[in-house]
Design a protein around this ligand. Structure first.
Ligand SMILES: C[S@@+](CC[C@H](N)C(=O)[O-])C[C@H]1O[C@@H](n2cnc3c(N)ncnc32)[C@H](O)[C@@H]1O
Length: 188
């Protein structure tokens, strides 16, 4: 992957917020072409400030569940950090990202490394996961329940759930790093 990044590949960041990862990659690997996307125009304004002056970065307001067809099979790499548990339709989100990746393309995704089981979270780190459940009930659950049929996953949806869902769609799914969050590297 480092070799490919040096040569120059096409990268999309989904739910970029302020787009710090896009800026980091764009600066370190100037041959790469990056598209930073977010469903929220205000967040993309933050991304605009972050990526100011970077000629290899494009910005686009986009719902990754319904990316326009000009992006089909366009990207070698998709990055998505801390987004999955917030969205009402996570299956559509993953299918949407899969569609815009080239065959053999990869998704690097992270989300909070909680378990599906409240008991397991309590045993592992009651204070930390207690904080996540609290924050989640104020932001993540309401956003994921935005529509009556929303998934309502929330910050402690659980790594086991994410892994199962990714494996439903991607050919290969690996857990590549874990701190507070867990990183999955998935191949189309
Ligand atoms: C918790 S923030 C994470 C932002 C950024 N990735 C970070 O790590 O700081 C989740 C982001 O996902 C965006 N988002 C939610 N649903 C989305 C969708 N369907 N398509 C694209 N972006 C979405 C939100 O607007 C928000 O910016």
């Amino acid at each position: 992957m480092y070799k490919d990044l040096k040569k120059g590949i096409s990268v999309v960041e989904v739910g970029c917020g302020a787009a710090i990862p896009t800026k980091t990659l764009a600066t370190r690997y100037p041959q790469c072409k990056l598209l930073a996307t977010d469903i929220c125009a205000d967040n993309l304004e933050r991304a605009k400030t972050t990526c100011q002056g970077l000629e290899n970065v494009e910005l686009r307001v986009m719902d990754a569940c319904n990316a326009s067809s000009d992006l089909n099979e366009k990207f070698d790499l998709a990055m998505m950090f801390d987004v999955y548990h917030d969205v009402p339709y996570p299956d559509k989100l993953i299918a949407g990202i899969h569609r815009i990746l080239k065959p053999g393309g990869m998704l690097l995704m992270n989300d909070i490394g909680a378990h599906e089981s409240i008991t397991a979270n309590k045993e592992e780190n009651a204070a930390m996961f207690g904080m996540y459940y609290t924050i989640s009930s104020l932001y993540c659950m309401p956003t994921s329940y935005k529509y009556p049929d929303g998934a309502g996953i929330g910050a402690c949806g659980g790594m086991e759930l994410y892994e199962r869902k990714l494996k439903d769609v991607f050919t290969d799914v690996r857990k590549v790093a874990k701190d507070i969050g867990l990183f999955f590297l998935c191949t189309k």
